[in-house]
Design a protein around this ligand. Structure first.
Ligand code: PBG
Length: 331
């Protein structure tokens, strides 16, 4: 035998020399859930270890994460029902606690990268990402709201706007609205290929943002989020987002869509982000709690596989735990 691949696996030092993929905490984005008020830290039942937090706790949390080497955070608001309407008005209300929190976070941690969520679902009584009229999600009117929301978020200090709504033409619309308002330096992390997935459950629990039951309200998000069967269509969405000025293109979910991550990575020169979503994390947490998998091994292997597929950036609820493991030298 002339060729023995095992020679390159002989020792830890040699394995390190030939290792093709590395994942460092600064490539991770930590999702955080914000509630209005003070002294609130409320665990999300279906996503153990993750919390809805008021700003005071959130600032502490971000401070801790930064000392662990994390630099980027994406913030989602849980909006009380009395602030919701059918057109997402509170989303761009200057008194919105989410916008004020962003300003405060950036004052405390100007070095951090703070990413927003631009979609109607937290603010919409119907629980959809767009305006619902006569049983349909209306695209172009929703763009108007998204544009105002993005400008308000840029003004509040977010570094990147994250349209998670899957309306047609939103990246161009948001780009234009922000440029006209003078926010040419605020970037867009577009949810480019966001699938109508069954793995968003714990997130919708956290924000109470699932489509509500009601006459003339679509029961699911399939008329705007993508069909999990489609791959070619992801290229089409990506071409549009690239053309419309996206700074990052996201694939969501991540694990069940590694082929899509790889496809976009190979075809575009825009950094690809992958959202390792709540349900994907919850599965692993549940298996580990049962003693069926070992968290400290299964978790990093999972994140590494997303990176290996071609994601430059990974949004994951495991960001903090990964950073801790990394800092302790166990990886
Ligand atoms: C909605 C939004 C969702 C997530 C991020 N933004 C859920 C949905 O589309 O219903 C899911 C993230 C996760 O599951 O972790 N705009």
């Amino acid at each position: 035998m002339l060729i023995r691949p095992r020679r390159n696996r002989k020792s830890d030092a040699i394995r390190s020399l030939v290792r093709e993929t590395h994942l460092v905490p600064e490539q991770l984005v930590y999702p955080l859930f914000l509630v209005d008020g003070n002294d609130i830290k409320d665990e999300i039942q279906s996503l153990p270890g993750n919390y809805r937090m008021s700003l005071d706790y959130l600032l502490k949390e971000i401070g801790e994460c930064i000392t662990l080497g994390l630099k980027s955070f994406i913030l989602f608001p849980a909006i009380p029902n009395d602030k919701k309407d059918k057109v997402g008005t509170y989303g761009y209300d200057p008194e919105n606690f989410y916008l004020k929190a962003a300003t405060s976070i950036k004052e405390h941690f100007p070095e951090a990268c703070l990413i927003s969520d631009a979609a109607l679902d937290p603010y919409n009584v119907d629980g959809h990402d767009g305006i619902v009229r006569n049983g349909k999600i209306v695209n172009d009117e929703t763009l108007e709201v998204l544009g105002k929301m993005a400008v308000a978020q840029a003004r509040a200090g977010f570094d990147l706007i994250g349209p998670s709504d899957m309306m047609d033409g939103r990246v161009a619309h948001i780009r234009k609205a922000m440029d006209e308002a003078g926010y040419t330096d605020t970037g867009i992390m577009s949810y480019t290929a966001k699938y109508a997935s069954a793995f968003y459950g714990p997130f919708r629990d956290a924000l109470d943002s699932a489509p509500v039951d009601g006459e003339d309200i679509p029961k699911d998000k399939k008329t705007y989020q993508m069909d999990p069967a489609n791959r070619q269509e992801a290229l089409r969405e990506a071409s549009l987002d690239a053309f419309e000025g996206a700074d990052f293109m996201m694939v969501k979910p991540a694990l069940n869509y590694l082929d899509i991550i790889s496809l976009l990575h190979q075809n575009f020169d825009i950094p690809i982000a992958a959202y390792h979503v709540s349900g994907e994390c919850a599965m692993l947490i549940a298996a580990c709690k049962n003693g069926w998998l070992e968290y400290e091994k299964a978790m990093p292997e999972t994140l590494l596989s997303i990176r290996r597929a071609g994601a430059q950036v990974i949004l994951t609820y495991f960001a903090k735990d990964y950073a801790k493991l990394y800092q302790s030298g166990k990886l």
